[in-house]
Design a protein around this ligand. Structure first.
Ligand code: ITT
Length: 197
């Protein structure tokens, strides 16, 4: 089984990547240094790609410091973009979730509830960096629903959800079939597959 390192402090992201890649014959391994997920600094930027590229640059330095540069490594940056609140929470998604939470988002919205999630995944192949993007369109629910998932999942209903369920009401497999992360990681898998990695 091939192995791909994933540097993330978010256990929900790790679990989704494992669900998606496991059946494809890839083991997704949390990237740790001395038994801990290393901190990476996210730059102030209004662009997810800039953030993802800054994360992968730091991750590659960490690999190099461990003499593991030939291994592949993944990082990703994701955000929720709400049409009624331009660029918000967007690149500030983590901070906004911590400060006002899903409840706070619901209080800010009226009738216009369309939104989308974006993921920018950056892969160190062992030789170079490749970028993969995934988008998922949907709407913000009127109430918090579901116990699964993480982050904004209890208030996001993907357009593909025929019965109005939020991501938090879906299994990992269902969420991945439609999600921003699922799309970015499937493109990444296709790349690895074609590359014969
Ligand atoms: P990293 O260590 O990988 O950076 P993070 O949790 O800081 O993990 P991001 O900056 O990419 O991740 O995510 C910004 C916020 O958006 C964060 O609060 C997440 O919980 C939330 N988020 C990301 N992906 C999500 C998803 O698929 N569903 C719901 N919320 C999500």
């Amino acid at each position: 089984m091939a192995t791909l390192n994933f540097l993330t402090g978010n256990s929900g992201k790790l679990a989704e990547a494992q669900t998606l890649f496991g059946p494809l014959g890839w083991e997704i391994q949390a990237f740790e240094v001395d038994g801990e997920v290393p901190d990476v600094i996210e730059p102030q930027s209004d662009n997810l790609t800039t953030v993802a590229l800054a994360k992968i640059a730091q991750a590659v330095e960490l690999l190099a410091s461990q003499n593991r540069l030939e291994e592949s490594l993944l990082v990703e940056d994701s955000g929720l973009f709400i049409d009624a609140l331009p660029e918000f929470p967007g690149v500030y998604s983590a901070h906004v979730l911590q400060s006002i939470g899903c409840d706070g988002i619901l209080r800010l919205l009226d009738n216009q509830r369309t939104a989308y999630f974006l993921t920018v995944a950056a892969l160190w192949t062992g030789e170079a960096v490749e970028v993969f993007i995934g988008r998922c369109d949907g709407t913000i629910s009127t109430e918090i629903k579901g116990e699964g998932g993480f982050g904004y999942d209890p208030i996001f209903i993907p357009d593909e959800s025929e019965d109005g369920r939020t991501f938090a009401e879906m299994t990992h497999e269902e969420k991945s079939a439609y999600s921003h992360r699922g799309r970015a990681l499937r493109a990444l898998f296709d790349y690895l597959d074609e590359d014969g990695a």
